[in-house]
Design a protein around this ligand. Structure first.
Ligand SMILES: *[C@@H]1O[C@H](CO)[C@@H](O)[C@H](O)[C@H]1NC(C)=O
Ligand SMILES: *[C@@H]1O[C@H](CO)[C@@H](O)[C@H](O)[C@H]1NC(C)=O
Ligand SMILES: *[C@@H]1O[C@H](CO)[C@@H](O)[C@H](O)[C@H]1NC(C)=O
Ligand SMILES: *[C@@H]1O[C@H](CO)[C@@H](O)[C@H](O)[C@H]1NC(C)=O
Ligand SMILES: *[C@@H]1O[C@H](CO)[C@@H](O)[C@H](O)[C@H]1NC(C)=O
Ligand SMILES: *[C@@H]1O[C@H](CO)[C@@H](O)[C@H](O)[C@H]1NC(C)=O
Ligand SMILES: *[C@@H]1O[C@H](CO)[C@@H](O)[C@H](O)[C@H]1NC(C)=O
Ligand SMILES: *[C@@H]1O[C@H](CO)[C@@H](O)[C@H](O)[C@H]1NC(C)=O
Length: 152
């Protein structure tokens, strides 16, 4: 085993990645190239996460953050994939969780009978990684070197 291979394996372990790739997948797929186990959700709708960029020779990655209000809606108490859906206006108590395969967002969302439903959505259906930046639909999240930027 070469030193290069060892470094790659170490980087993979740090990122917790299940697979390699920094390619653009416009219909979701973030779990393929983002370290979803270490994702951060702030203020119910800001998702921060490390994603691989296309600097594959050095396993380059960036910290990216995206406003999930651009990506999801509350449809009668259920979170759905929907551009500019602004779910956080009618959902609260949001949290992210992961299992060994994907990253979920769950929230309490008001339904049409004025009841709060605990709804969950698999973010891999909607969020993609393009060269280290998370995106959904036509929206591209912020790209940084690392760490979560100032809240807004
Ligand atoms: C994540 O999304 C990608 C792209 O749609 C898909 O190929 C892959 O199977 C999904 N992975 C999981 C664990 O759902
Ligand atoms: C998520 O990011 C926010 C904003 O930087 C920070 O205050 C919080 O501690 C982070 N949470 C986790 C679990 O890392
Ligand atoms: C990623 O690819 C784009 C175009 O395909 C290129 O402009 C950019 O320089 C690449 N970035 C890295 C970090 O390799
Ligand atoms: C979503 O909002 C952006 C501007 O923030 C706009 O450019 C885009 O057309 C909107 N998409 C839809 C489907 O309304
Ligand atoms: C919603 O359900 C999930 C999964 O059962 C749970 O982890 C989460 O705590 C619940 N959220 C609230 C706000 O009760
Ligand atoms: C995740 O994978 C680990 C190691 O393979 C296993 O021990 C654990 O039971 C798995 N967890 C789930 C929720 O599948
Ligand atoms: C992040 O994106 C927002 C728009 O979504 C923009 O206003 C802001 O300047 C960006 N911040 C950085 C550090 O790129
Ligand atoms: C993204 O990560 C690369 C290293 O892979 C770094 O050189 C670059 O400056 C980062 N981009 C931003 C916008 O911080």
């Amino acid at each position: 085993m070469t030193i290069g291979n060892v470094l790659l394996l170490a980087t993979a372990a740090i990122l917790g990645l299940l697979a390699i790739g920094g390619n653009s997948v416009k219909n979701g797929g973030l779990v393929n190239s983002c370290a979803y186990a270490g994702a951060n959700l702030t203020g119910n709708h800001w998702l921060g996460i490390y994603c691989l960029n296309n600097d594959t020779a050095i396993w380059g990655y960036n910290y990216t953050w995206i406003n999930l209000d651009n990506c999801l809606a509350n449809n009668g108490g259920q979170l759905i994939s929907y551009e500019n859906g602004s779910y956080s206006g009618t959902c609260s108590g949001c949290a992210i969780s992961h299992d060994n395969t994907t990253l979920h967002l769950s929230c309490l969302c008001w339904d049409t009978n004025n009841r709060q439903q605990n709804s969950s959505i698999d973010l891999n259906t909607t969020i993609y990684d393009t060269n280290g930046a998370a995106g959904c639909f036509s929206h591209m999240g912020n790209l940084t070197w690392e760490d979560f930027p100032a809240e807004s």
